[in-house]
Design a protein around this ligand. Sequence first.
Ligand SMILES: CC(C)(COP(=O)(O)OP(=O)(O)OC[C@H]1O[C@@H](n2cnc3c(N)ncnc32)[C@H](O)[C@@H]1OP(=O)(O)O)[C@@H](O)C(=O)NCCC(=O)NCCS
Length: 153
Amino acid sequence: MRYWSTPPWTSLTQAHDWLERAWQGAQTGQSYSWVISSREAPDTLLGTCALFAIQPGCRRAEVGYGLARPHWGHGYATEAMQAVVTHAFGAMDLRRLEADIDPDNHASQRVLERLGFVEEGYLRERWEVDGIVSDSRLFGLLRREWRAGSQPT
Ligand SMILES: CC(C)(COP(=O)(O)OP(=O)(O)OC[C@H]1O[C@@H](n2cnc3c(N)ncnc32)[C@H](O)[C@@H]1OP(=O)(O)O)[C@@H](O)C(=O)NCCC(=O)NCCS
């Protein structure tokens, strides 16, 4: 949770609220959240990934992802996000995806680079979570770049 946009949850109600927001987002088309699981253990939650801040008029959205700690380092986030990006640029017909990460979140940066995202900017003191102020590195990926062969191998 060190680089997340909210503090860790402390009650089950917060999980229920998240589920409700995820459901509402999908109903309104403002955001889509998916769970990540493995073929070997399809009922085990490894993490989540999402498209949010969807702007259909501008055909853009933000991406987000997170895994439970035991599942870090296996390439799962990249694999899951490859499916999300394919869906975003395919069925959803988006043109641009954005990501906002903590400058110290090197694992997340590697995921984005593997997907073909490029760094586009740096915003100072953009976040304040639990009293900790942090900067943002902004990344972007265009559909024409994805089509040009930026997919991870
Ligand atoms: C960011 C995150 C989703 C990466 O997912 P992942 O499936 O572990 O990513 P990968 O297995 O592809 O690893 C990506 C890179 O991070 C490195 N890495 C993975 N886990 C790491 C760890 N615990 N510490 C340091 N580096 C780590 C990997 O070695 C890899 O680097 P490489 O490409 O140079 O080999 C995962 O670390 C996570 O859930 N973190 C907490 C939530 C979070 O920060 N989400 C993103 C918010 S923007």
